[in-house]
Design a protein around this ligand. Structure first.
Ligand code: SF4
Length: 356
């Protein structure tokens, strides 16, 4: 019998009575579990749920997703952020179709070779769908294990990641690893929360060294966060019957999404003459006479590691031509709304335009 038999029993009993009813728990096919795990990475359940339902509706099987147009997949993903996840998800579906005959591999080690599937997602699918005894270690589990073991090792250090993954593996229930993993994650989400954990009702309180040592509020320990960098985006918004947009093809934030012609600068730009000069240099912009220059609109947009200070330089030209970048094209608002995925920064800007 496992030395953690009683802990396993208490945890599973708690999970049976307290877990949230979520659609991917009712249908735990590898495709659905994979979809939910990719969508929920760095996303709250209430925010991810509508996306999960939309994806299951639009792409009921891995074949539907593999055969879908990437632009439509990105459009469906719009608003979730971290767009590389959507691109990898689409690519992963194609690999599963092409190389695995539409069936996800069954082991975590094989799953982890697929695009966009890291060790965490691989363990989740392998344990939940195929009962492989492999521990899932997401942010919630790191926190629970750090408190249970009363450990001072920073959870975001290389040593911490290794240590807590090993501890989580020691704690794993070999009889039902899939439910155990889900219970640990659910405990972190509902009880052992980052602030004000509900220790008095926690099924693991008798096993918790952090609680015994009165150190719950200090744990987990984290190393200092990296400084968020600020970037200055100058967008040229040409307001004629249509808008000039382009697809972002550089390996940068929002890859493959659409925005306006852009010049990024080291500092904030404050006047039109500088802006026109910048766009002339980058895009070989040819602006006719009698152009109506409107007041710029400033927006701040915060991403995980950077802050975007965007200025929308709006103009109404009699004639305009972009030379160097053939990627720029005209689209009307309706087209953008229906066909082209845009970052939320652009979506909000367009919504304000629409509202006027
Ligand atoms: S007793 Fe408190 S700190 Fe320990 S695992 Fe439970 S909720 Fe977390």
């Amino acid at each position: 019998m496992s030395p953690h038999y009683q802990l396993h029993t208490d945890l599973l009993n708690w999970y049976r009575h307290n877990h949230r009813e979520l659609p991917w728990r009712e249908n735990s096919s590898p495709y659905r579990v994979w979809l939910s795990e990719i969508i929920l990475q760095q996303t709250r359940v209430d925010q991810g749920l509508p996306y999960y339902l939309k994806f299951v509706d639009h792409y009921p099987t891995v074949r539907h997703l593999a055969e879908a147009d990437l632009d439509l997949v990105l459009k469906d993903w719009q608003g979730l952020g971290y767009y590389s996840r959507a691109r990898n998800m689409h690519q992963c579906a194609q690999v599963v179709m092409d190389q695995f005959n539409g069936e996800f591999p069954k082991s975590a080690s094989e799953l982890a070779k697929l695009p966009g599937i890291g060790p965490y997602t691989a363990s989740a699918i392998a344990s939940i769908c195929f009962q492989e005894p492999t521990a899932v270690v997401d942010g919630n589990v790191f926190r629970v294990v750090a408190r249970l073991t009363n450990s001072n090792i920073p959870i975001n250090s290389t040593e911490g990641k290794r240590y807590f993954a090993t501890e989580a593996h020691h704690l794993l229930n070999p009889v039902d690893p899939g439910t155990h993993n889900q219970a640990m994650m659910e405990l972190g989400a509902l009880v052992c929360t980052p602030r004000n954990p509900s220790c008095p009702v926690c099924p693991l309180r008798l096993y918790c060294d952090g609680l015994k040592n009165n150190r719950v509020d200090e744990l987990p320990v984290k190393m200092g966060k990296s400084v968020r960098r600020t970037r200055y985006f100058n967008y040229l918004v040409v307001q004629t019957d249509c808008l000039f947009i382009r697809q972002r093809l550089d390996r940068d934030v929002w890859f493959m999404l659409h925005d306006f012609p852009l010049v990024e600068t080291e500092e904030k730009v404050n006047n039109w003459s500088e802006v026109i000069s910048l766009f002339q240099t980058k895009y070989d912009l040819d602006l006719g006479n009698d152009t109506n220059l409107l007041d710029p609109v400033h927006e701040k947009h915060i991403l995980s590691h950077q802050t975007i200070q965007a200025t929308f330089w709006r103009l109404q030209p009699k004639s305009i031509r972009f030379g160097a970048d053939s990627n720029i094209f005209e689209a009307d608002l309706e087209d953008i709304e229906e066909r082209y995925a845009v970052p939320i920064l652009i979506k909000n800007y367009l919504s304000n335009l629409n509202a006027k």
